[in-house]
Write a protein that binds this ligand. Sequence first.
Ligand code: 5GP
Length: 179
Amino acid sequence: MKDISLLDKHFRVIISCAQIKTGIEHVADRINSDYRDREILFIAVLNGSFMFAAELVRRIKPLCRVSFVKVATYQGDVSGGVVKELIGLKEDLNGKHVILVEDIVDTGFTLDHVMAQIKSNYRPSSVAVATLLFKPQSYRKSIPVDYVGFEIPNDFVIGWGLDYNGYGRNLENIYSIAE
Ligand code: 5GP
């Protein structure tokens, strides 16, 4: 498959569109069997998760709803640390079976913040995590990443919702930076 150039970088395919769809089918099959008679509330973390979320939820059999949130990142004024705030969550999660949908889990800091905010503001019956891509060598947290489409090495990737400076989200394969 062809390498591509985007802005000032070259990228090569690491996962093809056909492989991605098969990976997502496996994730959906596992969710369908794990949740059989339980209603699911999917919460997809924008921007990157929109493609994975769309492809995943159309394969889900139990009753489900789908909602989208964003994580706003800004510099905290007291400690000087980075603060991540969850915005756009309108649903009442109390008593619900929630599945967080991520495009990629890298260090896990984003996931950790999202999970902490959900657990401090609501009492969901359960919260699981589904991600298209997971970088296990980079992961620094202990939250279980329940449903993983693909484990990948620690390289920067684009495509299928993932961007490079805002571009490349539309690409139908997943690409990694070429040396
Ligand atoms: P974490 O908080 O797990 O370190 O990183 C999560 C966020 O970093 C992702 O939601 C994504 O926006 C960004 N990210 C991490 N790795 C990559 C990558 O390889 N490519 C792109 N495009 N974004 C990444």
